[in-house]
Design a binder for this molecule. Structure first.
Ligand SMILES: [Zn+2]
Length: 448
């Protein structure tokens, strides 16, 4: 009696385990598949990562096909180890497929296509074929680079000077602009043109190589690059060299506090000056460009020529190559990318042209500093101020007071450091101050 009781209990337990096992192997959870939402394939090869997860039974197979206007092509057909009794191996529970797509191998014609993924697991469902996940991803195949039609004629640009290029791109949603050597100047919708017409204000940076090409480039969403040579000639010019003698007192009084504030500096005065003049300067330059990009005015806000500060005397010109000496020894070098303008102490500083304030705060070597975004990547900078009267985001008229001059930052006395930027590059303000030059080189290209 006792024996048969235990036997039936064991039989029951075995039956329970068998039921659990069958239910377990019949699980209905389809594989989880993680893919990009869409694929845009250009001329360059692309590697797509696809993650497959199946906790219970494990992934059994993966099949990927590309359906396109002219037919279909199989891209991947894989089976993963496992058996119906135990399911997939541990490695089949989570695996990542890398799918290499290459349009140049004649994958499919340009146009819309669909990537179809079919993934199965080791479950007994669907007549032992496993749970199935099917996913379709839209694919845009575009192997043609954007075509660029140059509309502006031959352009002469001085080294350190500015220019404007007008061109037309039929393809929408491109990133485009003018490339000069290693510098890039983004294009904007033409302010008075038709859709597709673009304008880029560009510069020939002081350090540009003579043989550098000036070209219009455009990238579409598929990453294809279109290039058109822009008919421009670089006019050479020389820049002044100057030597500035500084003393330990200046370093102690002016450079040392700047270094401390920036977490730089050294016990050696020459090294402290070098860190402020070179390291802090380059950090400040990054911040200047970031503020203009963030402001991002895409229409020209200036009207007519920019104005030099009224009644000011030029004490230093654009792109002067400066050497700094201490006790007759050169301790640092830097190019001075602005004009130094002297007036009376605490003179009212006015906007050289209309625009939107992109920066109005202390800025390292530039002291209390205002940057105005004039649109199309053109900006003006006012450094060493003693007080600030404007705020970021504010629209300012030409001639509006921004603050008062001073000697904050790396300055020996009260003066205005004035600079103009085009994109990431400093340019000679003389051109922008010249009504004739501005009219014939820039403004005329912004009209229709
Ligand atoms: Zn200066």
């Amino acid at each position: 009696m006792k024996t048969s009781f235990w036997l039936s209990m064991i039989g029951l337990a075995i039956a329970a385990v068998a039921v659990w096992f069958v239910l377990h192997r019949f699980e209905g959870q389809p594989p989880f598949v993680e893919t990009p939402d869409q694929i845009i394939l250009g001329q360059s090869p692309q590697s797509i990562q696809i993650r497959l997860q199946d906790e219970e039974s494990g992934i059994r197979s993966a099949s990927i096909r590309l359906l396109h206007g002219a037919g279909s092509v199989s891209l991947l057909e894989e089976a993963y180890p496992g058996d119906l009794l135990q399911g997939g191996l541990k490695s089949s529970k989570d695996r990542t497929l890398s799918l290499d797509l290459e349009s140049s191998s004649g994958l499919a014609p340009d146009g819309q296509a669909t990537l179809v993924l079919q993934i199965r697991d080791w479950s007994w469902r669907d007549g032992f074929a496993g749970n199935r996940t099917e996913i379709s991803i839209p694919v845009l195949i575009d192997t043609r680079p954007p075509t660029i039609d140059i509309e502006s004629g031959i352009t002469y640009v001085r080294r350190g000077g500015s220019g404007a290029a007008v061109y037309r791109i039929e393809e929408a949603d491109t990133l485009d602009g003018v490339r000069v050597g290693a510098s890039f100047f983004p294009g904007y919708p033409h302010p008075s043109g038709e859709p597709g017409q673009r304008v880029s204000i560009f510069a020939v940076p002081v350090q540009t190589q003579d043989a550098s090409n000036i070209e219009v480039v455009a990238w579409d969403l598929a990453g294809n690059e279109g290039v058109a040579r822009f008919p421009a000639k670089i006019l050479n010019r020389a820049f002044r060299e100057s030597s500035i003698s500084i003393d330990k007192n200046f370093i102690q009084r002016v450079a040392f506090p700047l270094a401390q504030e920036a977490g730089l500096g050294d016990s050696d005065p020459a090294e402290t000056f070098r860190q402020v003049n070179e390291k802090l300067r380059s950090l400040n330059e990054v911040q200047i460009r970031e503020s203009v990009v963030e402001s991002g005015q895409s229409a020209p806000l200036w009207e007519g020529a920019f104005k030099q500060l009224r009644g000011s005397k030029v004490t230093s010109r654009f792109a002067e190559d400066r050497s700094y000496t201490l006790n007759g020894e050169t301790i640092s070098k830097a190019r001075h990318y602005g004009f130094d303008l002297a007036s009376t102490a605490r003179a009212p500083i006015t906007a050289s042209a209309a625009g939107v304030v992109a920066y109005a705060s202390p800025l390292g070597i530039y002291g209390d500093c205002v940057i105005i975004d004039h649109g199309l990547g053109v900006a003006s900078l006012y450094g060493h101020l003693s007080s600030l009267d404007v705020k970021v985001g504010e629209f300012v008229e030409a001639g509006q007071i921004l603050g008062r001059s001073g000697s904050t930052g790396l300055a020996g006395g009260d003066h205005l450091h004035f600079a103009i930027l085009v994109g990431n590059e400093y340019v000679d303000p003389l051109e922008w101050w010249d009504p004739k030059w501005l009219r014939s080189h820039i403004d005329v290209r912004l009209e229709n």
